[in-house]
Design a binder for this molecule. Sequence first.
Ligand code: ADP
Ligand code: MG
Length: 253
Amino acid sequence: MVNTIISVQDLVKNYGSFEAVKGISFAVYEGEIFGLLGPNGAGKSTTLEIIETLRTKTSGSVMVNGFDLDNEPHEIKKIIGVQLQTSGFYPNLNLVQLIHLFAGLYNREIDAMALLDSVNLRDKAKAKVKELSGGQKQRFSIATTLINDPKIIFLDEPTTGLDPQARRNLWDLIRDIRSKGTTVIITTHYMDEAEYLCDRVAIVDSGKIVALNSPDGLIDELVATGFERPKEVKQANLEDVFITLTGKSLREN
Ligand code: ADP
Ligand code: MG
């Protein structure tokens, strides 16, 4: 049986006279990886940040784990993990110090080394964020979402700009987090990523949801319309070549 953990109804966000989110509705099920896909400017980050209580909405309703965003935003904050931009971390603190700082904000005791272990950054405990590679920075920012032991984490384009090895490594980490029961909402432009990671995806375009289903379901729907690829698909793609030649193991990550 599926349990709805986030319910968004007729959500609208206007920036002045510009309608960025035009009345979208969707539900996220407990324990799934739910993807918001869409081109730049579609309204993905706006939607996430409203649910995260970081932005105000124009109208509509949002329920998270039974809490109404309008009445109990503080209850919502307690049970979610939000990925911060790594540029926002205090530059002079090392990873362990940053974790303790965040844990303090949540009033929590935390085993910083165990948390760093879980994202494969134990070796970097004494490093500063600026000394990390792109993949390491993303892993650290995902670790910071886990500090308050949240029921739901929000990841906004976590793999943008990473090399193929680092992307795959992050996919494993995200699946790992989900396997422990955490619900994940992720935005991405990468369709291979959505296909690999997401149980269900909503495709957002110009502030509207134009499709919502499992990746397989969406592909089946398209094929049922008579869609065919223009030419025969090759048995491999350039990314397969790259990964075969350079391996899956992480480099500077
Ligand atoms: P996405 O994350 O899908 O790329 P965003 O939610 O960031 O899209 O933005 C949706 C639209 O709203 C874009 O056209 C963007 O320029 C606009 N927008 C986002 N934030 C603001 C803001 N603070 N003020 C005015 N317009 C904004
Ligand atoms: Mg965005």
